[in-house]
Design a binder for this molecule. Structure first.
Ligand code: ASP
Length: 360
């Protein structure tokens, strides 16, 4: 079934079922569509290896949550990726603190960890919180003890590269402390222009979100991150918060987020998308709907440009139960990774709310 035919099918099915669950006959047709097209896996732009790995596991009949976690583990364990896991950028004290959440659609279960230190793969710890405790989220020292209890190896997550980037930030981000500027840099820092280029600083944000639907229409998702770089120790973003950086409903679809977590938390981003899909919106429409909510609710002057647009970026990713997928960003220039119709690729996000002047 083509994407278009799938869309017609879902619209008809959704109309017939109102905003509720699909009737058994529609679910049967949907399952057939999924079977014919195979799995669909969507991820943030840094997730091409993750979507490939997840799809491979799904093609072999693996579980959707096992698949997406195995996918993101590749990025978590890669010291060259400064946004996630080992090699992630640290907090303002130079300590890497990781956040992650997982959701398993078929069992409606979730697990999360926040501000977890020393463990390369917080997504695996989040899954164990889901499977081996009666809780949904563990944070900080408690999360670390829990990981230790399950035999996770402790490592220093701060790579030399990440340390140098942090040191550079430490030396240049303020004129009123005792850290001197790095050699060769001007003494005076234009803090105003620094703040305005927030969306452009490559190291500020970064996360991997990965969601999948298998050939039977089962969904799962994971989000994992080192969060906002140079954050205040203990700061928790949207990634480990169920409903913000990740949400899965096995009857409807899955969604995730990257970018400024504070904005995603305030608007319950991923949950907003899944609920919008439940009312019949396509994944792309639902992502745009959630971005508009962020625009409408961002009032802080320091976060707004003169023309009223937000200074930060947020990217949403969504996949519906029938395999349709979509991604939209606040600012142009972002990418997402997707495995669909047997092909794994990175695509430019063509749907954005504002166009960056520096990008054609
Ligand atoms: N959303 C993450 C956070 O706010 C960061 C990111 O996606 O870049 O912690």
């Amino acid at each position: 079934m083509s994407d278009l035919t799938r869309r017609n099918f879902l619209q008809a099915a959704t109309a017939a079922a109102g905003a509720g669950l699909l009737p058994a006959s529609a679910l049967g047709a949907q399952a057939a569509a999924n079977k014919a097209n195979g799995p669909v896996v969507i991820a943030s732009g840094n997730g091409k290896r993750a979507t490939a790995k997840a799809a491979e596991i799904l093609r072999q009949g693996g579980d959707t949550l096992d698949a997406v976690i195995a996918g993101v583990n590749i990025v978590e364990e890669d010291p060259a990726d400064h946004t996630v896991g080992h090699g992630g950028l640290p907090n303002e004290d130079g300590v890497v603190e990781l956040d992650s959440s997982v959701m398993h659609g078929p069992t409606c279960r979730a697990g999360a960890v926040a501000a977890l230190r020393n463990i390369k793969t917080p997504s695996r710890v989040a899954k164990l919180v889901m499977e081996r405790t009666d809780h949904v989220m563990l944070v900080g020292e408690g999360a670390l003890r829990f990981a230790r209890a399950h035999g996770f190896e402790e490592v220093n997550l701060l790579t030399d590269d990440a340390r140098k980037i942090w040191l550079h930030w430490k030396e240049r981000h303020s004129d009123v402390d005792d850290w001197l500027k790095p050699p060769g840099e001007p003494d005076e820092i234009d803090l105003e222009s620094n703040a305005q280029s927030m969306a452009d600083i490559p190291f500020s944000y970064g996360t991997i979100n990965c969601c999948a639907v298998d050939a039977s229409g089962n969904l799962s998702g994971v989000t994992t991150t080192s969060g906002l770089s140079f954050k205040i120790p203990g700061r928790v973003g949207d990634s480990p918060i169920i409903g913000a950086g990740l949400y899965v409903d096995n009857q409807v679809g899955a969604a995730g987020a990257t970018g400024r977590g504070e904005a995603v938390i305030k608007t319950c981003g991923a949950h907003t998308i899944v609920e919008a899909m439940r009312t019949g919106m396509s994944p792309l429409e639902a992502c745009r709907y959630a971005l508009q909510r962020i625009i409408d609710t961002t009032t802080e002057p320091h976060l707004l440009r003169e023309d009223g647009s937000p200074k930060f970026n947020v990217v949403f990713y969504a996949v519906a139960k029938d395999g349709r997928y979509g991604s939209a960003s606040m600012w142009s220039g972002a990418e997402f990774a997707v495995y669909a119709n047997g092909k794994n690729r990175v695509e430019s996000i063509r749907s954005f709310m504002f166009k960056r002047e520096d990008i054609e």
